[in-house]
Design a protein around this ligand. Sequence first.
Ligand code: ANZ
Ligand code: ZN
Length: 830
Amino acid sequence: MGYQQEENGQNFKEIEKTWKIWDEEGIYLAQENSDKQKIYVLVEFPYPSGSGLHVGHAFSFTGADVYARFKRMAGYEVLFPMGWDAFGLPTENYAIKKKKNPRIITKENTEFFKKQMKILGFSFDWSREINTTDPKYYKWTQWIFVQLFKKGLAYKKEMPINWCPSCKIGLANEEVVDGKCERCGAEVNRRSLSQWIVKITDYADRLINGLEQTKFIEKVKTAQINWIGKSEGAEVIFKIKGLNQDLRIFTTRPDTLWGATFMVLAPEHPLVASLLKIKNKNIKIKNIDEIKNYLEKTKKKSDMERTELNKEKTGVFSGLFAVNPTNNERIPIWISDFVLASYGTGAIMAVPAHDQRDWEFAKKFGLKIIPVIVPGNEWDFDQAAYTDVDNGKIVNSPPINGLTPAKAFDYMIEWLTNKKIGKKMQNYHLRDWIFSRQHYWGEPIPMVYCKKCGWQPVNEKDLPIELPRVEHYEPTDTGESPLVKMEKWIKTTCPKCDGPAERETDTMPNWAGSDWYFLAYCFADKLKTDLDEKSKLKLFRNLKFKIRNFQNIFFKNKNILSHWLPVDVYIGGDEHNTLHLLYSRFIYQFLWDINAVPKEYPEPYIKRVSHGVILGPDSQRMSKSKNNVIIPEEVIKKFNRHGPDILRLYLMFIGPFDGTMAWNDNALMGVKKFLDKIESYVNDWLKEKDENKDLKISKTPLWHQTIQKVTRDIDQMKFNTAVACLMSFINEIRIKMVSKEVLEKFLILLSPFAPFFSEEQWQKINPKAVSIFKEFWPSFDPQLIKTEKKEIIVQINGKVRAKIMVSADISQPEMERIVLGEEKIKKQIN
Ligand code: ANZ
Ligand code: ZN
C-alpha cells in the first residue's frame, strides 16, 4: 500500500515541486478578513477506508476542485475544505480482525488518503482539516446531543429494532434495504432493545418547507419530500360494539367512508393484546388460539415483507365488530400484518372497492365490497379495485353522491368534525431517528443513568466523554456495546444529585459526525485550541478555581459562521440526497432554533449538486469481486509525466459531471496527446521568444468564444464540454499563430483541470512568476464574438411546423416573440 516514489519518479518530482510553491504561498488558505466576495464550496468528506481513495472520489473531488480553482481565479475568496468522516463499521471490523487499535488504523488511513489527494492536486485548505473521531471534534457532536435532550428532542424507548445478526448491530429503517443489512447483506430480523431516539418528526414540515429557500435541483427536492412522505387525510373514530372503547384510524380517503366494510388492526395494536384478556359477558372470542398463533407467525416478518403488494394476504377475525358511522352498520374487525403498527394509528378502515390491498384481503376472506366511486365507463369490481381518484364520481353515499372525490374529501372533513367523530390530520412516513448503536467505534452518547434522577445529560463542562480504550472491540452477544465491560468507565456520579450513576454505553450512528461538519470547517482552528483551554482550566480546578462559564464554540464564533454560511454549493453523491442531507438540515434547523447558528440563514445549503458515477470498463459497478476496480495510482503510473493531470482531465472529459460513465482506457491517450501538443507550443515559443509576433489569434472570434464557453461551462459545472472546447481550440490553431498572451491565457483556462502541468508551463514562460494560480481569469471581448445564425425547429404536437433562422445568442423571450409571430405557427395554435 502507498505511493511508490521510485516507480513514479518524474510524476512525483513534479508534484512535490509544485506543492512547495503552493504551500509556501498559502494559495489555498481561505481568509475571513479578505474583502473579496466569499464562496463556500463543499464536497462530501470521505470515510477513510483501508483501500484508499478510489476513482469515484477522484471524480467528484476533481469536479469540485476545478470549480473551486476557477472561482478563486475569478476573484472570489473560496472556502474549500476537507476532512474525515472516520467513525464506523469497516474500521471497527478491521480492528476486530487484526486486533489493532481503530485509532491507529484511522490515522494510517487518513494519512494515506491525504497523500493521494495531494498527488491528485486537490486545492483543499488543509489548515481546516477536521476528523470526526478527534475528541476535540466530537465534544461538539456530543454537545449537540445534550441540547437535543434538553429540548425534549431525544428520549429513550424500548423499541423493536432491525437487528443484523452478522454485524450484531441495530439498524435504522433506512439502513435496511430489501429486508437486508445495507452494509453486509445479511437478512435482518427483529429484536427489542432500549434505544435513544431523536424526534426528527417534529421537524417534518420545516424540512419540507425549508426546501423553498434552497436552489436544490428538482430531483433532490423530490427525494427529500418523498422521504418525509407527508399524507393529508383524516382521523376517524369508530365505536366498537359491546366495548366501551373507541377505535381510531388514519385514512387519506375519508370520501370513501360509506365503502368501509371492515376494519383491520396491526397485530401489535394495543387492542389485540387486551383482546386476549377481555372478560366481558357480551363478548366471546372463540378463536383465541388461532389469534395467538397468527401473532407468533408475524413476529418473524419484516415491514417490507408485510406490506408488499403482491404478497398473499393473511389474517384472522378478532371476534369484534365496529360500527360504520355513516350508516350504523356492523362491520367486522380483522387482524392482519399488512397493517403496520408504526404508521398512523396502527389500524385502518378497509375500503376494498377502492384500495388494492383491502380488495385482495376481502376476496380472500369473503368480505363485502361496496363501490362508492364509479368511473364514466363500466367497472367490474369483481376483477379489481377502482383506484383512480381523479376520474370518478361518488355513489352509494347519500349526502355526497355525484361529487368528485376531491370535493367529497373536503365535505367529509367537515362532516366528521361537526359530528365530533374525526378531524383533518396529516401523517408522515418519516420515522423518529434511532440514534443508538451498540458498537465501539463511535461517539459515546453523553448520558448518565441515576436510579434517583433517571437519565441525565453529562455536564457540558465535562464534555467530551472520551471513548475509553478497550481490549476487545467486538459487540457482546447480548447486543450491547463492548463498553459494557468497562466497569470503571461506566461508574460515575449523577450530574444532578452527585449520587452513584452509570454511563450510557451506546454510541452514536455514523450520521452524527457528518451532521455539522460544514460548520466545523468554519472555525476549525478554534476547535484545535479548545481542549487545550480545557486542560488549562482543569489545572485551575486543581488549584481550587471554579469553572464559571462553559465557552460555547458556536456562540463564540457567530461572526465567522455568518461570514462563511450558507454553503453555496454542496457536491455529493445521489446516495446522500435523502438521509445525510435530511439529517444535517434537521440538525442545522435545530441549531438555528437554539441560536447556535446565525439567524440570517434558516437553511445550511443553497445549491446541491449530485455528481455521477464511474463504472468499470465492463459497464458494471466497480467492485473487488468483479475485478473491475480502477485505482487512481495505477492510472497515474502509466505515464512518465503529467500522470495526475492526465487522470484529472480524463475524468472531467469522459462525460457530464452528473452522468454515469464506463471507464475507457483509450481516451487517456487522447488526453496525453493534448497536453503534449500544448507543451510543444510552449517550447516553440520559448525558442523564439518573440513578444511582438503577429497576434493573429488573439483577435479572432474563435479565441473569444473559447474563453466565453470555457468560463460559462465551468461555472455551470459542465466540465466535459469545457475540456472539449479547450481541445478543439488546440486542434484548430497552428503554432505560428500563437502569441505569448494567448498562450498564457490558454494555460489559465486549462489550469483548473491540469494544475501541475499548467503551473510547470507557466513557470517556463514566466520564470519570475509566483504561481499561475495567482493570476486572474481571462475575460473575452463581446464585440469579437461573432454571433452566428442557428436554425430552430418548431414542433407542435410532435410535428415539425416551421424552421426559423435566428442569431445564435438569442434570448428566450425574443425567441418566443419571433416564433409566435410566424404565420404558419399562428395558424397552428389557433
Ligand atoms: C381508507 C382508504 C381507502 C385508504 C382507499 C386508501 C385508499 P399513505 O398515503 O401512505 O399515507 N393505512 C393507514 N394506516 C396504515 C397502516 N398503519 N398500515 C398500512 N396501511 C395503512 O396511506 C394512507 C392509507 O393507507 C390510508 O387510507 C389507509 O387506507 C392505509 F380507497 O383508508 B386508506
Ligand atoms: Zn441523581
